[in-house]
Ligand binder design. Structure first.
Ligand code: SAM
Length: 210
């Protein structure tokens, strides 16, 4: 089994396998690996899958439970006019850049039912570091920025959603909506790693180690 399927089977589907009549919005189809898995769930639990991609992916499946839209994922007015008012699952796997992911999150979050899930693929920079197998500057920087952006959204919304991460392969963020509140704006984290107090702590640590 490839790492992507393993990640979905172990860190995504266990959260949603029990949802009956799930309404799923999938952003990013390509060859349909995730699409086919979501459709298996829809077949089992009587659900519907709505998928979006810039490319024409209409041939990925003939399943009657599937509707495909060839458009940008931020064509919000159009996409919202084509799908039910409320969804249970959102899967984000298109352009893995922090500001884009943030825009999608804020725009689609109000559609999500309480107890529904948002999954964001590609939040780990580890496999893309210079000395690692996938060595890739773009993915390293953008995945790290996406991860930090999700944390900064969470820091102002920890009463509104649960947040968990898998760092398997390129990683996955798992968001569970807890209530019907709108998302608060994100907050830059106020960290103390660059304070004099911390520099003194690091010096003291070094002295003790020697
Ligand atoms: C990583 S692939 C999706 C992989 C797919 N989920 C799978 O399971 O194999 C990313 C896809 O997003 C599409 N894409 C990239 N930017 C997009 C955007 N802004 N709107 C819609 N689709 C986009 C690309 O055409 C590509 O097919």
């Amino acid at each position: 089994m490839n790492t992507f399927n393993y990640k979905l089977d172990n860190f995504l589907f266990p959260h949603i396998n029990q949802i009956q009549k799930p309404i799923i919005l999938e952003l990013g189809v390509q060859k349909g690996r995730s699409t086919k898995k979501f459709l298996e769930l829809c077949d089992r639990n009587n659900g519907q899958l709505f998928s979006v991609d810039l490319e024409d992916c209409a041939n990925v499946s003939q399943n009657k439970r599937w509707k495909f839209f060839q458009t940008r994922d931020d064509n919000f007015e159009y996409i919202k006019s084509q799908i039910p008012n409320k969804i249970d699952v959102l899967f984000i796997d298109t352009l893995h850049e922090a500001n884009h992911v943030k825009k999608l999150l804020y725009e689609y979050y109000p559609l999500l039912n309480s107890n529904g899930y948002i999954f964001i693929d590609d939040i780990s920079h580890i496999p893309y570091l210079k000395n690692k197998d996938r060595n890739n500057f773009y993915c390293e920087i953008n995945n790290k920025e996406t991860f930090e952006t999700i944390l900064s959204i969470y820091s102002n919304n920890y009463k509104n959603f649960e947040l968990n991460f898998s760092f398997f392969s390129s990683g996955l963020a798992v968001i569970k909506k807890l209530n019907e509140n709108n998302l608060n704006p994100s907050n830059k984290l106020v960290l103390r790693d660059k304070t004099i107090k911390n520099y003194l702590r690091l010096i003291w640590k070094k002295i003790r180690e020697n």
